[in-house]
Design a protein around this ligand. Structure first.
Ligand code: NAP
Length: 463
């Protein structure tokens, strides 16, 4: 009987477990996560007002409740946790689905000023990730700038513009709800360094900005100039053409003069965050121009945009896991069809799937085919893998390495506690906001190590 550990219970990990049990009638799968809660970015990354995507948790749950799948939360793998070598000895195969936990950096002066945050830090705060900083994101903020034009940028822009009535039905933690409902933000700029035809957001997400109550969406026609790389707009790929059509519609619509404005800006490259009284006060951009092949060049003309809050939404990057090879350039683990490569050679029994395999791109569903490719490789290797002796029960060696797993019952207890918290606040389920509350609900004492773990400023190691 094949025993497989999947490290990470986000979509790539759960789709890997699903593909394994569907394709092999005997396989047993343990899905490990450093958090006592499953679902990875579906729980801690998908915006709380995107109920339809959030509801994917239902189908991920079915997999984790499968009779041959076991959820083992609260297990850190790598530095300070269960070593990769111990996992390799305890299972026939290990599939690492640890995502891309850190943020890309801008590398410009002023990036570390108070008031400048990565979008991930903001998302973690309103998603109640237990490692989230408890910063005061919105105090005294009138004008916010979001750097980047991907779907995360759209998410944080939309959440900044939402009010209590729309946020209250979500599972957002109470502190974030209170702060966002009381926010004085009236102007939000979302800024791309290239043109509208190179923006990474998807049209459905973009359109949603146009339906926010009390909010004008403003686009300057001059920044929608056709990109010579594509000839006229009819030469654009369909998805980009739809984006440009939506933007053109907004550029042609008169502003209603309501309370909030979202300005979508293009061809502006951030060069510096400028301080005002010890915190960020503005972003200095250089105007760019298309270079004719999809990129841009600087023009030597500059513009400053007022901002007491800057959210850097320029993508994620993978972080190395101690004991696993890592391609620092790509931020991924080197692999061949999902088989981990060590010094260019296949490492028997080690696999990757999801963002740590292919980089932080694609939508949740992209992880299905990615996981399937990895599982196909693993099952091809199964006859050789089964020749390696492994313990009947992998839990004792994991416990000997310091792991104290929180099982599915612990997670269900957290779910109940979140429903009770929400009921006490007159809301639906509301997420528990910190480690202490999660451990207490799961019925596990926290350890000294967990008291002292510093909050992550620029990375979130949710797997
Ligand atoms: P992304 O799609 O890669 O977008 C990153 C943005 O940052 C791009 O506009 C990029 O511009 C810009 N950027 C990168 N470096 C920059 C720099 N130095 N200066 C200025 N701008 C810079 O990343 P993401 O928004 O974090 O999304 C990650 C993945 O999650 C994507 O696949 C996304 O679709 C997915 N996601 C999906 C949803 C949804 O389906 N609702 C929601 C959230 C996230 P360039 O193009 O010029 O590099």
């Amino acid at each position: 009987m094949l025993r497989v550990a999947v490290v990470g219970s986000g979509p790539s990990g759960v789709y890997t477990a699903q593909s394994l049990v569907q394709q092999d009638p005997d396989v047993r799968v343990d899905v490990l996560d450093r958090l006592p809660c499953p679902y990875g970015l579906v729980r801690y990354g998908v915006a709380p007002d995107h109920e339809k995507i959030k509801s994917l948790q239902g189908s991920l749950r079915t997999v984790l409740e499968h009779e041959r799948v076991r959820f083992l939360g609260g297990i850190e793998v790598g530095a300070g946790g269960v070593p990769v070598t111990r996992l390799a000895e305890s299972y026939h195969a290990v599939v690492y689905c640890v995502g891309a936990a850190a943020d890309r950096r801008l590398g410009i002066p002023g990036e570390e000023l108070p008031g400048s945050w990565s979008a991930t830090e903001f998302v973690s705060w309103y998603s109640a990730h237990p490692d989230a900083v408890t910063g005061s994101f919105l105090a005294g903020v009138r004008s916010a700038v979001v750097i980047g034009v991907g779907n995360v940028a759209v998410d944080v822009t939309r959440i900044l513009a939402r009010g209590r009535a729309e946020l209250s039905p979500t599972d957002m933690p109470q502190t974030a709800l209170t702060a966002l409902a009381a926010s004085g933000v009236t102007d939000i700029g979302m800024v791309g360094r290239r043109g509208p035809s190179q923006a990474r957001f998807t049209t459905k997400e973009l359109r949603e900005l146009g339906s926010l109550p009390d909010t004008d969406v403003l686009v300057d026609e001059a920044e929608l100039a056709p990109d010579p790389a594509y000839g006229d707009p009819s030469g654009l790929p369909a998805a980009q053409r739809r984006n440009v059509e939506v933007l053109r519609g907004w550029a042609a619509s008169p502003a209603l003069g309501v309370r909030r404005r979202i300005r979508l800006r293009f061809f502006l490259r951030p060069v510096e965050l400028i301080a005002d009284a010890g915190r960020v006060g503005a972003v200095r951009f250089e105007r760019t121009a298309p270079d004719g092949s999809g990129g841009v060049t600087g023009t030597g003309r500059y513009e400053e945009v007022e901002a007491q809050l800057v959210l850097r939404s320029v993508g994620y990057r993978g972080v190395p896991l101690e004991g696993l090879p890592f391609d620092a350039e790509r931020g991924t683990v080197p692999h061949l069809a999902g088989r981990v490569l060590r010094s260019g050679a296949v490492a028997p029994g080690e696999y990757v799937a999801g963002w740590i395999k292919r980089g932080p791109t694609g939508v949740i569903g992209t992880n299905r085919s990615c996981a399937k490719e990895t599982v196909t490789s693993l099952l091809e290797d199964a006859p050789a893998l089964l020749r390696r002796p492994v313990p009947e029960d992998p839990l004792p060696p994991l416990r000997a390495a310091g792991a104290e797993p929180v099982g599915w019952d612990g997670w269900l207890a957290i779910e109940r506690a979140e429903a009770e918290l929400g009921a006490s606040l007159g809301r639906g389920a509301v997420k528990l906001p910190d480690w202490d509350a999660l451990w207490a609900a799961a019925g596990r004492e926290r350890t000294a190590d967990r008291y002292t773990r510093p909050p992550h400023r620029s990375s979130r190691h949710s797997v």
